[in-house]
Each structure stands twice: as structure tokens, then as C-alpha cells.
Ligand binder design. Structure first.
Ligand code: BGC
Length: 769
């Protein structure tokens, strides 16, 4: 755990430079706008340890899986998000000496991620090996308004010398992925050009053939006045630059504005890319840096209007929740239904930038409440559009009749992960995808979605489950063999309670939706049944039989749901009795030892209880929580939030807060020692859930919002915004009670502490606690 980020309500601030923290900061200070993003690499040279990262949403490479042997059904490829052309470079040379930050003596350093206005700012004063001192201010952002554009303003002032300063803004397309199975580079050059005020490279991905044009247009000012110095365009393989030589006077600033555009062939014909790129560059450079920055601030102000959570009385918690919300909004804007949310967003390569069940289980609740309905709908449509590939995936594994197994990890709908225990066995992701449809309809009331798209996905998933179970002669019940639950610290287990519960729920929900669609859109139902060859009577009678005869493990002695058949055979030593030196287990123990242990990586039974809490009384929830939590090591960032919500439900406010802290500052404090690989973007949605569903006790029941809030002891108040069925509500919880502010034009009816309250249009109401 680290503690070097300065507490501030609206900014992430680092006030001195420590190379040991540099890669962590590169992750934390990342920027993005849903279409592209980047790690906070320095503009000038840095020869120390750094993880370069510039990413373009949706652009990936199917890297050939590397295994020494092959088994039928193994995915051939592992898709990877690609580290793309580096557009941040502004190389600085002082009288022939390169400014290399790693080789400098740094006398002051500050970087700030301004989350209110959406930019990154870095100031430093440093002395080079030869003794030259410079002062630098660099500001940059990825525009939320022009999502194919970004801009950098870089100002350098010679402090103790006059001389020649050479500034070389560049675009480098010769980029390697850290994660590459064969150390291969994934980009080929298509074209490039360099002219006096800028240049571009067009790169094409191998195999997938995505083309990305990255260009720059630069302007220079000296001592505050625009100048047009001699520029030497440079063109090398996969690289363009403009070498700008200036005579600098001691104490007089030189500034460069570098406008950048990044366009991909997902959105343009390859032959139009360069024209479109130039058009974008002219448009944004005509606007100018200050206007772009003002627009950026306005765009973020609009986002915050609906997204912000205000915590009074705890600056560090305030900073943390805003950081989580900021990063989620930088990662996914919901404008494009071909895009999704990788667990690391635009902050690193880990997890291949791919889509996991994280989206449906964790991110959907966040976007439902904080973004227009279309945003979550696009996340659902992403899966709908990949149904064909999910059916093909299941077919490859031997399933029939249109059964679908969605991939555990994907970029384009195909499975692109290659650990069999995850790919073949972590099938619970199918359940989360169905649950997200349910959650979306429950929240929005958009039942038309079911007839148009949802039911088709649900039937394909129900078909899968109905084939994936096995009839046990011995038990005279159905069983579910050979699975991995959300707890990846056990593989190939039988009757994982969570997976089984999801499976039967999916079949049941599918039947409910069939009835609903038949009643409301009969023609669509008939057309769909014909399209997918659905024999309702035969198939649903099988679903019913399975639901009726399904086996679920239960331990009578402890009266808890059994995570899997063999769980209680394991040696039961609680996490608190483990030596501290053994933690985290995944870094200290062999995998074999982990698999044989009782330690649970993340919520498993408790994840199921969280999804279906209405089925269980409080005592059942408490028994399961008290049994499983002490065995859970929370070595997935997705774990603490579910525990925070359940602890809050059980009235254990202190523990709810403790779990919240683990998720909220996970990256800012590098809690798991892995932030240098990138931030845990999807678990940030879990942090939001901990506040709104945990402390706020928010649920949706029968088309209404329900709140059961409490206030963590350390806080004076907290408030959040909730968009719900066309209204916007602000809920403020303080020691005085719950203040509801209806920010919309129609009355809203909500349930607070089990009592219905109606809040008029543009009105407020205080409910005493
Ligand atoms: C978790 C999975 C999750 C993945 C990506 C893993 O460590 O166990 O549940 O989907 O990370 O976040």
C-alpha cells in the first residue's frame, strides 16, 4: 500500500517525483474520452522505467495462443488491446543535450489530474547533467467534445541559460505491446507525411487490418508571441517529426501547442482517413487550445451534474469516489455499441482490453443510474450483436440447437482467453449477461427491449444451461459438473451454488419473458420463435423439469449454501489466522496450494445472494456472510464492493465502511501492489455501488426507487445523483435525515425507510432518519 497522492476534493495530485512510483502514477493519471486514451507518459524523453500506453477503443489484435499442446475447443487466439502510435512525444534538446527527465536533478515536481475539468497538468523544474535548469509546464487532455482529438500545451523556460532549444514533436507508430506472445510488433505502416506544421502516420494492424491515422499540427510561441521558426520535417520508418530550432533567452518561455487527432477505419473508409484526419486537425487547431480546454471543462461539468457524489467530512473519500467516477466516464461514454469496458480501460494492457462479465455484473448498475438509458442499452446491444459468435462458441464445444456460450473474454464476440478452467468452466458469465437484461428492464421499464433483442439472447442462454447440466442417477436430480465459479481459486468443481443458481434463474426468467412478450408483442414472438426454431412446449417443459429437480448444495450443520460439493473437505483455517507474510496468496503460494485451500478469491455464494437478495431472509444472508467472508481473501478487486453492500444490508455499518475503503482507494493507494499495470476500471463501478447500494441502500422494486440509507460515522453527509425513468434525483444523507431533491419536471415517488414519499417537480423533501 502506498500513500503519496495528496488528498484533494477535485484533483489527484502528486507533489514530488519518485521513480518507484512513476509507473503507478502513469496508470492513475491516465486520460481517455471513450474513443481513445493513454497512460500518463511524459512528453519529453524518460529513460527510466515506464510503461508506454496509447490506446484506440475497439482496435485489437488476435495474438496466437501459446500452448505446448492442444485440446479440442481451445481458443486459437488471445485478443489484445493494442498499444498504438505514441502521440505525446515532444522531445527537448538544450544546446545539444537531450532533456531526459530520468537523468535530471529535479528541484520541484507536481502533477495534477484535474477531474473537474478533465485535464492533466505537470509542472517541474529540473537540472540537466550539464547544469542547465529548465522550468516546464505541460497540460494535456483527450477531448470529450471531439472524441477523435486531443491537445497538449508544453511550455519550457530556460532558468539559468540562453541558448539553442530544439523542440521535436513527433508521432511514433513503431510501438510494441508489452503483452505479445511472440514478441512480435502488431502494426504495419500504410503511409506517412511530415510538413512544416505537423505530420501523420497511418498504421495498419496485422491480421485484423484496422487502420489508424494519427496526426499532429503544431504552433509555437516565444515569450507569449506566435513565431514561425524554421522547421525541419523528419520522416523515418513508422515515424514523423518536426524539428524546431529556437534561440532561447534566459527567463523567456517557449510554448508549443500540439493538436492531435486519432482516427480509425472502424469509422471511416481507409482511403478517407488522411483527409478526415486533416479536417479534424484544422477544425480543432482553429478552435485553439484555450477554447478546446474550456469546452472540455463544460463537457465535464455536464457529466458531473449527473454523476457526482459529494462526501462531506472526508476529503480522502471524496477524492476517491470522484476518481472512480472520472475514470469510468473516461473509459466508456456509450456512444458506440461496438465498444465496451475492459477491466483496465485505457490505463494498461492487462486483461487485453477485452470485455468480461464485469460489464454486466458491475458496470451496468453504474451506467443505468448515471448516464442516459441509451448508454446501458448499447452495452446490452453489444452482446446481442455478438450472439452469433456465442452460438458458434457453444457449438464448437458440442452444444446444439442454438445454445449460446458467451465468451469469458472477448473483443469481437469470439472467445479469446486460453486458460481452459476459465474459458470452458467459468460459464457463469452467461448468467450475468442474462441478469443485465433483467436489471436493465427492471430499472428502465423498457420492456420493448425484450421483444426486440432480449428474448433472443435469453433463449440462447437458457438452451445452453439446459444442456450443460447432467442428470444424476445417484441423486435423482440434475447436477452441474466441472465448473469454475466467480471464485477462481477453485477449478473444475461440481455444483457451484452460484453457477447453478444463475442457471435455473436464467431458465425461469426466460419463461417469464416469453409470457410477457407473447402478451405484449405476439407477432414479434412468433417471428422470433420461427427464426430460432424454438419449440416452446418441448423446451420450456425441460426448463421446468430442471428447475424442479436441480441439486443445490446445502450444509445443514452451518445452515449455509454450499459453494461446491467438496468445499467442506478443505482444511478450514480462517484468513485472519493466515500469516501476513503469506498474503496475497496469488503472489506467495503455488497455484496448486491455492486450489486445495478453502480461500475464496472473491464473492461467490455471496455474489448470488447479492443478485437475488429478495429470495433470502436476513438471517440466511447473515449466516452465509458470516461463514464465507472470513474465508475470503478479496484478491479480486471485484470482491469488496459486494461485501460492502451486504454488510450494509445486515446493518454492519463499520464493516460496510471498511470494505468500501478497500475498493475506493484501491488504485490511488496501490492497495494490491498492481496499479502499475493499469487501474481497476470495472471494479470502480463497484465502488460506486458500495456508496449508492451500500450506504444509500438503493434498490429498484416494482418500478420504484427504494432507499434505506445510513451515514458512515466519519462523514458529515453524502449525496448522489440518480437518473431514473426520465427523472433526476439528488439524494443527500446526513445526520438530519434524507433530503430528496427532484431535479426534473415531473413528480417522483420513492420509498425511504419503507415509507412512500412523493417529491414534486423541482422540489425538495426531508425525510427524518
Ligand atoms: C476476476 C474475474 C474478473 C477478471 C477481470 C479476475 O481477477 O476473478 O472475476 O472478471 O479479473 O476483472
Amino acid at each position: 500500500m502506498k500513500n503519496y497522492i495528496k488528498a484533494d476534493e477535485w484533483s489527484i495530485i502528486e507533489e514530488s517525483f519518485d521513480p518507484h512510483h512513476h509507473q503507478i502514477s502513469e496508470s492513475i493519471f491516465s486520460l481517455g474520452n471513450g474513443r481513445m486514451g493513454q497512460r500518463a507518459n511524459f512528453e519529453e524523453a524518460y529513460s527510466g522505467q515506464s510503461l508506454l500506453g496509447n490506446y484506440v477503443a475497439g482496435v485489437y489484435y488476435p495474438d496466437k495462443t501459446r500452448v505446448g499442446w492442444w485440446k479440442n475447443g481451445y481458443p486459437e487466439y488471445f485478443a489484445k488491446v493494442l498499444n498504438a502510435a505514441n502521440w505525446t512525444i515532444i522531445d527537448i534538446n538544450l544546446d545539444g543535450e537531450q532533456l531526459d527527465f530520468d537523468k535530471c536533478v529535479v528541484s520541484s515536481f507536481r502533477r495534477e489530474l484535474n477531474m473537474k475539468e478533465g485535464y492533466l497538468k505537470r509542472n517541474f523544474e529540473a537540472q540537466t547533467t550539464s547544469g542547465k535548469i529548465v522550468k516546464v509546464e505541460a497540460i494535456r487532455f483527450c477531448s470529450m467534445v471531439d472524441d477523435e482529438a486531443a491537445a497538449i500545451s508544453y511550455t519550457i523556460t530556460p532558468v539559468n541559460f540562453s541558448g539553442t532549444i530544439t523542440i521535436t514533436p513527433a508521432i511514433d507508430g513503431d510501438i510494441a505491446n508489452k503483452d505479445s506472445n511472440y514478441d512480435e510488433k502488431f502494426w504495419d505502416e500504410v503511409s506517412k507525411a511530415s510538413q512544416s506544421d505537423g505530420g501523420y502516420v497511418v498504421m495498419r494492424t496485422k491480421k485484423t487490418g484496422f487502420e489508424v491515422a494519427t496526426g499532429m499540427k503544431c504552433s509555437i510561441a516565444q515569450n507569449g508571441k506566435p513565431v514561425q521558426p524554421q522547421v525541419k520535417p523528419v520522416v523515418k520508418e513508422k515515424y514523423v517529426a518536426s524539428v524546431i530550432e529556437l534561440q532561447a533567452q534566459q527567463g523567456q518561455a517557449i510554448s508549443i501547442i500540439k493538436y492531435v487527432a486519432n482516427l480509425s477505419s472502424q469509422n471511416y473508409k481507409p482511403e478517407d482517413l488522411v483527409n478526415q484526419l486533416n479536417e479534424t486537425l484544422s477544425r480543432v487547431s482553429q478552435k485553439g487550445f484555450d477554447t478546446m480546454l474550456a469546452e472540455q471543462a463544460a463537457a465535464w461539468a455536464k457529466k458531473w451534474e449527473r454523476n457526482d457524489i459529494i462526501i462531506e467530512g472526508d476529503v480522502s473519500a471524496q477524492q476517491a469516489i470522484r476518481f472512480n467516477i472520472f475514470q469510468l466516464n473516461q473509459t466508456y461514454t456509450g456512444e458506440d455499441d461496438r465498444l465496451n469496458i475492459g477491466p483496465k480501460g485505457f490505463t494498461g494492457e492487462k486483461y487485453g482490453g477485452s470485455t468480461y462479465w464485469d460489464t454486466e455484473a458491475y458496470c451496468v448498475p453504474f451506467y443505468l443510474a448515471t448516464a442516459p438509458q441509451k448508454v446501458t442499452r448499447n452495452l446490452l446491444l453489444y452482446r446481442y450483436k455478438q450472439l452469433g459468435e456465442a452460438i458458434e462458441n457453444a457449438t464448437l464445444l458440442g452444444f446444439k440447437n442454438g445454445a449460446a456460450l458467451y465468451p469469458m473474454v472477448t473483443m469481437d464476440g469470439t472467445e479469446c482467453h486460453n486458460e481452459w478452467e476459465i474459458t470452458f468452466e467459468e460459464i457463469h458469465r452467461n448468467g450475468a449477461i442474462a441478469f443485465a437484461i433483467f436489471n436493465y428492464v427492471r430499472y428502465t421499464g423498457d420492456e420493448a427491449y425484450l421483444a426486440d433483442y432480449g428474448l433472443e439472447v435469453l433463449v440462447a442462454i437458457a438452451r445452453f444451461w439446459s444442456q450443460r447440466i447432467t442428470w444424476s442417477q445417484d441423486k435423482q436430480q440434475y447436477v452441474m459438473l466441472g465448473v469454475t465459479g466467480p471464485n477462481e481459486y477453485e477449478n473444475n468443481i461440481n455444483n457451484n451454488w452460484y453457477t447453478t443458481t444463475m442457471a435455473t434463474w436464467c431458465m425461469d426468467y426466460t419463461m417469464q419473458v416469453i409470457e410477457k412478450v407473447k402478451a405484449t408483442a405476439h407477432e414479434k414472438y412468433t417471428a422470433l420463435a420461427a427464426k430460432i426454431n424454438f419449440d416452446e412446449a418441448v423446451e420450456t417443459s425441460r426448463y421446468k423439469h430442471i428447475i424442479e429437480k436441480m441439486y443445490y448444495g446445502y450444509d445443514e450443520k452451518q445452515q449455509v449454501f454450499l459453494q461446491q460439493d467438496g468445499y467442506l473437505d478443505k482444511e478450514q483455517i480462517l484468513v485472519k489466522d493466515l500469516p501476513a507474510a503469506d498474503r496475497p496468496l496469488n503472489q506467495k503460494w503455488s497455484w496448486d496450494r491455492i486450489l486445495r485451500s478453502c480461500y475464496i478469491k472473491q464473492a461467490d455464494v455471496l455474489q448470488g445472494i447479492y443478485f437475488f437478495e429478495d429470495r433470502y431472509d436476513t438471517e440466511t444472508i447473515r449466516r452465509n456472510f458470516n461463514f464465507y467472508e472470513p474465508r475470503t481473501v478479496h484478491e479480486s478487486s471485484l470482491s469488496p464492493c459486494v461485501h460492502a453492500i451486504l454488510a450494509a444490508k445486515l446493518g454492519d455499518e463499520a464493516r460496510a465502511y471498511e470494505f468500501y475503503l478497500r475498493t475506493a482507494r484501491l488504485d490511488l493507494d496501490d492497495y494490491n501492489n498492481d496499479t502499475e499495470d493499469g487501474c481497476h476500471i470495472t471494479s470502480m463501478a463497484g465502488t460506486w455501488m458500495s456508496v449508492v447500494e451500500g450506504f444509500g441502500g438503493m434498490r429498484v422494486r416494482d418500478g420504484k426507487l427504494l432507499f434505506q440509507p445510513f451515514i458512515p460515522e466519519k462523514w458529515t453527509s453524502f449525496s448522489f445523483h440518480i437518473g431514473f425513468r426520465g427523472s433526476l434525483l439528488n439524494v443527500k444523507v446526513s445526520k438530519d435525515g434524507v433530503q430528496l431533491k427532484n431535479l426534473s419536471e415531473k413528480p417522483v415517488s420513492v420509498i425511504v425507510y419503507n415509507e412512500e414519499q412523493s417529491v414534486g417537480a423541482n422540489s425538495e423533501l426531508l425525510v427524518k432518519g
